[in-house]
Write a protein that binds this ligand. Structure first.
Ligand code: 5GP
Ligand code: SF4
Ligand code: MG
Length: 460
């Protein structure tokens, strides 16, 4: 998901809509904005794209006030119904509280059951609501203390932005798995999942919210709080591989630069004699450029993507995903025919995309097809807010490299090594005793407890 917040700007709702539009890649199912006008909260939550709902004058006119938070939703827990769309809002004793969450909590169901036994009535199946109930039932007094009390009970990954009648709050989980940056627009504080959301509004980046840091923004300015025990950062390495926009910057390095380096590493690790390097667009583009550069081979756009189809992976049902892939890509015969082709994509999840693309490229007259993947095999699900399916559906968890190569029908197949990935993000290698990133979907080493996993139906 994508989250955004702004404090004290006369165009708060419009800036939030723009910010969410720049974060659309983080979630395409639904979006919502909550504003506060000094008297009242205003809430607009809609299924669909940001631009389809938050460009409407009637909708925007209802979002009065100079403080706002927003959310673009990509469902990882909870069904696809309006009740689950964020920001979530509750009336607390003492005022309203709106919350937008990127990430996924790994003990939300366990906590939810306990809360329900004590009388809490849940309106949604979203893990985010658990935090609201924990804050509501906290024995602490002030809202910030209640929120901290709630967060100390949750496990998993989160970047939250929250809005009360006096405060805009931003917080990252102690490991900093999901991103959150602090920026400035016209002298007002802004919070956003990625720097691209600051670019779109003409804002500047101040710094990243640090892992385990909470910032509380009021009329008096910004206060930084450290509510949790110190821990080493475990930022999601997959943000660099796929999830974030290439023009965003994390830790001082652009995602685009990392993706190109990934391609260079891949070319060094798994070279192959061929005529042309072709990306699976758009996610494979920078890695393919890096690969071609390092291999000294021409780069060409051999697959053309229709931009009016959403990310195939995010379409919820298998049937639609199958249709989506066909709708989305078309081979460019003029650069493929009679060539030995290296295809570069960011990842293989179910294997559907690769299988179809390879067939497409063969049908367009390729002599050989070699597949190079810009990440290690995805062998375990993500429990932290990226919607990888259960392990049984992850093709690389079920097949050996050779079996997978045969299944997708390529002449050769190689994945980037985990150390190659760490080199690309700027580390000499992965520290096996204390990994510098979360890489659980590639290694199975989850950096937090997974309490809900033990519950029936409570996890993947
Ligand atoms: P597959 O067809 O193997 O299931 O999906 C692989 C494709 O899905 C890749 O091209 C990748 O760009 C895209 N993709 C979209 N969303 C995700 C995601 O959340 N995780 C992963 N690993 N790939 C994704
Ligand atoms: Fe990111 Fe993978 Fe960790 Fe999920 S499991 S947070 S996708 S690195
Ligand atoms: Mg892709």
């Amino acid at each position: 998901c994508g989250v955004f917040g702004v404090y004290g700007h006369p165009e708060a709702a419009a800036l939030t809509a723009l910010g969410l539009h720049a974060l659309q890649h983080r979630g395409q199912e639904a979006a919502g904005i909550v504003t506060y006008d000094g008297q009242q909260f205003h809430i607009e939550r809609h299924i669909g794209l940001v631009g389809d709902n938050f460009a409407k004058p009637a909708v925007m006119a209802r979002l009065k006030g100079n403080r706002a938070i927003g959310h673009t939703r990509y469902a990882t827990t909870g069904g696809q119904v309006l009740r689950n769309v964020q920001p979530m809002f509750a009336e607390f004793h003492g005022g309203g509280f709106a919350v937008a969450h990127n990430g996924n909590l790994t003990n939300a169901l366990t906590l939810q059951r306990q809360l329900q036994l004590r009388g809490s009535i849940f309106q949604s199946t979203s893990d985010t609501e658990t935090v609201i109930h924990l804050a509501a039932t906290s024995s602490k007094g002030p809202l910030v203390d209640r929120f901290i009390d709630a967060l100390r009970q949750v496990e998993g990954a989160y970047a939250f932005v929250a809005l009360s009648d006096k405060k805009l709050i931003g917080v990252r989980d102690p490991l900093g798995v999901r991103p959150l940056v602090l920026g400035d627009v016209d002298g007002c504080f802004v919070l956003a999942s990625e720097t691209c959301a600051l670019d779109i509004i003409g804002g500047t980046v101040i710094r990243e919210i640090e892992p385990g840091e909470m910032v509380v923004i009021t009329d008096e300015g910004l206060e930084s709080i450290r509510p949790f025990a110190e821990a080493s950062s475990r930022f999601c390495i997959f943000e660099y591989v796929y999830f974030a926009r290439p023009d965003s910057i994390f830790g001082g390095t652009s995602v685009y630069t990392v993706r190109k380096r990934i391609g260079q590493e891949l070319a060094r690790e798994a070279p192959v004699d061929a005529d042309v390097v072709i990306p699976v667009p758009d996610s494979g583009n920078p890695a393919a450029m890096g690969f071609a550069e390092a291999a000294g081979l021409p780069f060409d756009l051999g697959i053309i993507r229709n931009h009016y189809v959403g990310r195939t992976f995010i379409q919820p049902t298998d049937a639609i995903r199958h249709m989506g892939v066909k709708l989305k890509h078309n081979p460019n015969r003029s650069v493929i025919e009679g060539k030995r082709v290296i295809l570069v994509d960011d990842s293989i999840v179910r294997g559907t995309t690769s299988q179809k693309i390879v067939q497409m490229v063969r049908d367009a007259g390729a002599l050989e097809v070699h597949m190079r993947i810009a990440s290690p095999p995805t062998v375990d699900p993500c429990f932290y807010g990226v919607d990888t399916p259960e392990k049984a559906k992850l093709i690389a968890a079920r097949m050996s490299l050779d079996e997978l190569a045969a299944y997708i029908n390529v002449d050769s197949l190689a994945f980037l090594s985990i150390d190659g990935l760490y080199r690309a993000v700027g580390n000499a290698s992965r520290n096996r005793n204390a990994p510098q990133f979360c890489d659980a979907c590639f290694t199975g080493e989850y950096p937090t407890r997974l309490t809900d996993r033990a519950l029936a139906g409570g996890g993947r």
